[in-house]
Design a protein around this ligand. Structure first.
Ligand code: ADP
Ligand code: MG
Length: 294
């Protein structure tokens, strides 16, 4: 998923957006260099404040199932807190690894940051242009060709047509899919799909780049290229949030690690320590899942 947000964007749990105090939007244009006076001081890029997100899990999909469950006095649905009171401030130029077991709420948090979902409680404030590679699909349209997707997706990410035309060759070259550029992307392998999506997003010069598990899809040489590009973006002072399963890679790449456990932040600091906690959770889950152990 992807989206462009110009200036400050607040996604708030309350329906009355006017109550939110995000009125400093106009003072800081998207993509602008550090405003005068803030040299050295960390500039907030994403502010997540007391955010909760609740999903309803439906157990009955048909009227028949509903009737059976009702007769048995079983619940038809239950609610589930994917995020529970999460607060987190990310600063401009930080590269943050988001870690946690499957189901701990990482993708939900990235979706709230990118604005494709809004929180049930709390608020998310984002400053600058945001590009997200969240979930496979990553904003590409299956019925369009690779070429058409470059223009469409770049536009969604906030690039003008002239800008896209200028960067087109670089995007295509980086992706390595030039031979298939005029084929519909539905025929692409998941690796090709991801290469193109990553390449477009990485060339839109986002202020904030959210990367959810896509690095695992590409082949090793392309993955290296992606990491190289991430390091470049990092060097340019972009804010990055990365979800991946490779702890050594995350530790090398990131300057901050945040570990989620069942929708709550349990650690925020040294990436190596964040990774250690996550490994601990993984071992505990594996032990719990092992057959024969009661
Ligand atoms: N749209 C949805 N509807 C219902 N439950 C959801 C939805 N999206 C996520 N969840 C649930 O919320 C929890 C957190 O999911 P997610 O944020 O995808 O975790 P992670 O990315 O860490 O694996 C999971 O238990 C998942 O099943
Ligand atoms: Mg996920």
């Amino acid at each position: 998923m992807s989206g462009d947000m110009s200036g400050d964007v607040t996604t708030d749990a309350s329906t009355d957006a006017s109550t939110d105090a995000s009125t400093d939007a106009s003072t800081d244009a998207p993509g602008s260099a550090a405003a005068p006076g803030d040299a050295g001081a960390p500039v907030p890029s994403i502010v997540v404040d007391g955010v909760s997100k609740r999903f309803t899990l439906r157990h009955a999909r048909s009227i028949r199932e509903m009737t059976i469950r009702a007769l048995r006095r079983q619940r038809l649905s239950e609610t589930f807190d994917a995020l529970d009171g999460v607060s987190l401030t990310l600063h401009r130029g930080e590269t943050v690894a988001l870690m946690g077991l499957n189901g701990s709420g990482k993708s939900t948090l990235l979706k709230l940051m990118s604005g494709v979902m809004s929180p049930d409680a709390g608020s998310v404030r984002v400053r600058g242009r945001i590009a997200g590679l969240i979930d496979v699909g990553a904003g590409l349209h299956p019925d369009l060709t690779g070429r058409e997707n470059v223009y469409l997706n770049a536009a969604i990410l906030g690039m003008s047509e002239a800008e896209t035309r200028r960067k087109f060759d670089a995007i295509v070259e980086f992706s390595g899919v030039e031979r298939f550029l005029d084929n519909e992307v539905r025929f692409y392998s998941s690796g090709m799909f991801m290469r193109l999506a990553f390449s477009i997003a990485a060339h839109t010069e986002p202020d904030i780049f959210l990367i959810d598990e896509v690095l695992a899809v590409g082949d090793p040489p392309f993955r290296e290229k992606c990491l190289e590009r991430i390091r470049e973006l990092r060097g340019e002072g972009r804010t990055m949030v990365i979800v991946a399963h490779d702890i050594p890679m995350l530790t090398r790449l990131c300057d901050r690690g945040v570990t989620l456990r069942q929708g709550r932040i349990v650690f925020d600091g040294d990436p190596a320590e964040a990774g250690r906690l996550w490994l601990e959770d993984r071992r505990a889950r594996q032990t719990a899942d092992r057959p024969g152990k009661s």
